[in-house]
Design a protein around this ligand. Structure first.
Ligand SMILES: [Zn+2]
Length: 211
């Protein structure tokens, strides 16, 4: 199995991690290569996060997709100690972080815009939870890391991918992600080729569906 549980807590949650992994192999119809999982209690989680990412985690961060196919997730017993998280979200966070590794490996060596990466991962793990249509941020503003960090609109991008799935089907989403590989045109070109509508047009329809 190319999935390794790197420490004792990860081993404890092996079946949860494997279930998410299997689901993603099936969803993307893709074998991602070696992936390893690390699950840590609060203090150790914060410490490893900071040494890997170069800054302390924001108060709501409970997981991260690190370099070299590693996912880091907070122990479920400590979820309630972080801002706006509950213990029941543990499996969704595992799925979310694993999705990042899949998406990175599928589009490698290209890095998809952060809102696309977060959108597909959020849709698969939390769906559109928490999005009401209010405070919509245009996707153009979310292409850069700075733009993303100013808003952190996880529910919005999850809801947009859910809308795409509902309207065009999950297979189209997978072809979009697979189409993002280097040399296949800009993200907007790949988007239009896949969904037959420009991102701008579908963004408008999506926003209107909430009004
Ligand atoms: Zn994410």
């Amino acid at each position: 199995m190319p999935l390794q549980c790197k420490n004792s807590l990860a081993v404890k949650y092996r079946s949860v991690i494997e279930r998410s992994y299997d689901r993603l192999v099936e969803y993307f119809d893709f074998e991602p290569g070696d992936i390893s999982a690390i699950v840590l209690p609060l203090e150790e989680f914060d410490r490893l996060y900071e040494s890997e990412r170069g800054h302390k985690p924001l108060p709501f961060i409970v997981g991260s997709a690190l370099d070299n196919g590693r996912i880091l997730v907070l122990d479920r017993e400590d979820f309630a100690k972080k801002q706006s998280h509950s213990i029941g979200e543990f499996e969704s966070v595992i799925l979310h972080e694993l999705s990042h590794i899949f998406v990175r490996r599928i589009t490698w060596p290209r890095h998809a815009s952060i809102w696309i990466q977060e959108g597909i991962c959020e849709y698969l793990s939390f769906g559109s939870a928490g999005f009401s249509g209010k405070d919509f941020v245009p996707f153009d503003e979310l292409e850069s890391e700075q733009g993303w960090d100013a808003h952190n609109p996880y529910p919005q991008v999850g809801a947009f991918f859910e809308y795409l799935a509902r309207t065009y089907g999950d297979k189209k989403i997978v072809s979009f992600i697979k189409g993002l590989k280097e040399g296949s045109g800009s993200e907007k070109e790949v988007f239009k080729r896949t969904f037959n509508h420009s991102l701008r047009d579908l963004e408008k329809v999506f926003v209107e569906s909430y009004s």
